[in-house]
Write a new protein. Sequence first.
Length: 401
Amino acid sequence: MDTDVVVIGAGPVGLAAGALLRKRGVEVVVLEREAERARASQAIGVTPPSLGILDELGCADELISRGISIRKAVVHSRHRRLGELSFAPVAGRFRFILAVAQHHTEDVLRTQLGTGHVRYGVEATAIEPPGADDQDAGRVTVKARTSEGEADFRAQAVIVCAGARDHLGAGLGLTRRRHTYGVQFAMGDWEHDPREPAAREAQLFFTVDGAVESFPLASDRRRWIVQLPGSGSPAGAAAPGGKRIREQVAELVQRRTGIELRLEDCRWESSFTPERSELDRFVLEGGTGRRSGLVVFAGDAAHTMPPIGGQGMNTGLADAARAAEAVCGEINGAEYERRRRRAFRVAARRARASMAVGTVRGSVASGMRSAAIAAVLRSAAARPLARMYAMQTLPDARPVR
C-alpha cells in the first residue's frame, strides 16, 4: 500500500499526529498492532498546551465534556492541610488540568482523524529507509505483519509512536539509554468517590511512610496512586486479576490518609516503576524531497520520563504537533530534533524533581518537606509553580490562546 505518511501506533500521540496531518490534507495511515485498543484509564492528565493542540483540531471541547477540569490541587501531610495550588494563574482559555481517561482522548482523536485511516491488528516489524539507488521518490518501506500475512506500506515519511519497548529504532541502528528509579507505585480507579465534597480537586498526601495522590474522574470515579514501601517489583503485580494490587492501594490509602476504599469499587488497577529513557536520535533523513525518506520518533518511542505530574503523554502530544510540521516541511528534521530533545530533557528533570520531593520518607525529612511546601504555597512562588505544572513554561510549548 502506498500513502503519503505512515504513523506507527494508535495511542494518543499517534492519533494526534495522524489527525494533524489529515488537517493539512496529507494522506495518512495509522498502524496499530493490537486488534483493538484497551478501554483502560491509563494516562489521565491533559494539560493546557495539549488542549490547545486539540483545539486546533476542533475537538478540545468534546474531550473537556468527558472529563473533570481540575482547577486546584490540595496538599496534605498525614495530619494537616499544607495548602493548595490554584491553576488560576495559568494563561489562556484552559486554566485547568483536564482529568480524563485515556480511552476518551483516543476516541476523540480517532473520530477527528476518521476511523478509515486506522488499521488495527497490523504490527510494524521493520522500517526500511530508501536506498541510494531508490528510484521511487525516496519512499520509506514499513514491513508489517497482519492476520492475513505479510504486508508492505510505502510512504514518503514515517512517524513512529509505538512506545518505549518497540524494536523499530534498534532495527534502524539507534540505541536507547535507560535509567530506572528505585521507587515503585501502584494505582487504581475507584467508583463512589469517598471525598465527594472535594470531587473536582486533586488531593496530594505527603506522609512519613510515602506519598498518596488522588485525582477526580468523570462518573464519580477517582484515581488513587500510592508509593509502595521498599524497593523491587510491586508485590502482586502479576497476580491473576490484579487483586493484590488493589489490596495494596486500599491498605496504603487507609494507613496514610485515613480514607477507606472498598475493594469491590475498584474498576481498574496497575503498577509501575518510573524510568527515564532517551533514543540517541529522534529523526532519520534519507531522501531529498520536502518530506522524502523522513523517519521521526515521537512520544514514548523517542523518550520516557517518570509520569509524576502527567508530563509524559503531554510531551508526546507536543512531539506529534512538531512531527506533523516536520513531515510537511514547515520545520526541518534538525529543528524537530533540537526542539523536542530540549523540551523532553527539561520535562524529565522537572518530573524527576517532583518525584524526589514526593517520595521523601522518614519523620525528619518529611517534616522539613511539609514546612517547605506550606511556605511555597503561601508565597508568590505558587504562581509560576502552577504554570510549570500546567506545562506552559517548557521550551517549545505551544502558544497560549
